[in-house]
Every structure is written in C-alpha cells, then in structure tokens.
Write a new protein. Structure first.
Length: 254
C-alpha cells in the first residue's frame, strides 16, 4: 500500500476503462498522477477529480511533458493505451500498422525515453497493460493477439535485462474487462470475454497486489494461469480446443 505514496506516476490511455481505474487507484494510494489520452476532453475531468495533471496527446511521445508535470521524476509509467484491432490475416495493412504502433511501439518509445534516468537513479517501474490475448491468442483478432504477444515479450525483455539495475516490470494480462473496448470487440468478445468480464477496478486491484508482492505477471482472471500452462504443456491439444471455439463462433455467425 505504501509502495507508491508520493511517487510520480504516468498512466496512458486514461480517458476511461482500465486506465482511469489505474489512475484513481494510484491517486487513492497517495501518488501524484499524470493522466494521458489522445483528447484533453477525456482526461481533464479525471485529472481534476484525482488532483492530478492531464497531458493530452499520442502516448508515444509524452514522457518529457509528463516528467515536467511531475517536477522532473517519473517513478512509475503505465503503458496502458491500446487499440482493440479486431480482424484476421486479411485485415488492412493500416489496421496492422496501427495496432503495432500503439500496442507495441508506444511501449518501446516510452522505455527508450525513461530508461536513461531510471538506470542512473537505480530504479523505476514499468507497467504494461498487455492482455490475456498476449499469452493465449484471441479468436477473430490477429493484429491484436500478435501485438499483445509483442507487448508481453517487450515487458519480459525489459525485466530480464534490467531487474538487477532496479527496474520493476509488471505485465497485466486480463481477459474481458467491462470497458468501451469490450463493447467494440463484437461477437467474438461476446462469446469468449463477456461471460467472465470483470470491472476495471478489479484490474487495478490486481496490479497493486502484484506491486506489493513484487510479481511480474498480473492475472486479474486467475484461471488464465491454468490456460497458459495447458498451452505450454500440450500446444496441439490447446490449439484444437481453441479451434472448437472458432467453429462455435462461426456457427453463430462469426
Ligand atoms: N477491455 C478489455 O477486455 C481488455 C482486456 C485485456 C486488455 N485490455 C487492454 O487494456 C488497455 C485499456 O483498454 P480499456 O479496456 O480500458 O479500453 P478503452 O477503450 O476504454 O481505453 C483505451 C484508451 O486508450 C486511448 N488511446 C488509444 N490510442 C491512444 C494513443 N495513441 N495515445 C493515447 N491514448 C490512446 C483511447 O482513447 C482510450 O481512452 C488496452 O491496452 C487494452 O488492450 C483490455
């Protein structure tokens, strides 16, 4: 609980959903919070509510402005902004590029801007809102699954490279969460995600538990640990089961 008191925290994509819940959670624990989203109208009221600062703009390029707003030091960076990007292998190049840009490269660009200061100070915390789709792969969502796997891999790489230099990394991998994104996930989301969907606040609670326990993987749906194990233990069986789900989805109209 005391781990983040007084710290300077940035949350991207905080205009609603999980990002807003993370921002409120950090503020309630005594952190000083910068909230980011593309549009000022989405974050201004939240910043006022939590006594934080709004920095509007693309999550790929806000580290300097956020650092200024936090008197020069960012302790925690939550790379949370994301794009749902449903679609299959035939999705337009632009869909693949947009998913790659927000779901992966925004994390890479932020880390590049944060690491020199963190390595010099011997500490920092990077929180990646990835997805269970980054561990398991989601039906009907190729660009999303591929880029979320990329987000998990980048978070793992950051952790294994810099943990001895004080960097803490957490990868949040929820299944369905009741936000605008779940609504936009369409019929595949309704079939796979909606039945076990949780509130954004439960995702924030799971992160704070992981911070207290100094744990990398944050699984707000605990059952994901078992799915992840069965995928690793018998990939073909797991793929067969996922294909059953695909066929059910197709039979329901896709
Ligand atoms: N809702 C779910 O079921 C679910 C499940 C697993 C993971 N996630 C992940 O959680 C994160 C938050 O999503 P959410 O569910 O709260 O949905 P959301 O749509 O409410 O929030 C995403 C926010 O990111 C913002 N955003 C998009 N591109 C941006 C950019 N380039 N710069 C700044 N902001 C940008 C959007 O404006 C939006 O406010 C995403 O990374 C998403 O992939 C969501």
């Amino acid at each position: 609980m005391g781990a983040v008191r007084g710290q300077g925290v940035v949350v991207t994509g905080a205009g609603g959903g999980i990002g807003a819940a993370l921002a409120r959670g950090f503020a309630a624990r005594g952190a000083r919070v910068v909230v980011n989203d593309l549009d000022d109208a989405r974050i201004g009221p939240l910043a006022r509510e939590i006594g934080g600062t709004a920095v509007a703009g693309d999550a790929s390029g806000i580290v300097d402005a956020a650092r200024d707003a936090l008197d020069g030091v960012i302790d925690v960076y939550c790379a949370n902004a994301g794009l749902a990007s449903p679609g299959d292998a035939f999705a337009e190049e632009e869909v693949w590029a947009a998913a790659w840009d927000v779901n992966v490269m925004a994390h890479v660009r932020a880390a590049r801007a944060l690491l020199p200061d963190w390595l010099e100070r011997g500490g920092g915390r990077f929180v990646s809102t990835a997805s269970a789709a980054g561990l398991l792969t989601m039906i009907g969502a190729a660009p999303y699954s591929v880029t979320k796997h990329g987000a998990v891999a980048f978070a793992e790489w950051l952790s294994l490279t810099y943990r001895h230099r004080g960097l803490k990394v957490h990868a949040i991998c929820p299944q369905g969460v009741r936000t605008d994104m779940l609504t936009a996930a369409g019929s595949a989301g309704e079939l796979v995600l909606a039945p076990s969907a949780i509130e954004p606040e439960a995702v924030a609670d799971a992160l704070f538990e992981a911070i207290d326990e100094d744990r990398f993987l944050v699984l707000p749906h605990p059952e994901v640990a078992g799915y992840y194990q069965s995928r690793a233990g018998d990939p073909d069986r797991w793929l067969g089961n996922m294909n059953q789900l695909q066929r059910t989805w197709e039979a329901n109209g896709g």
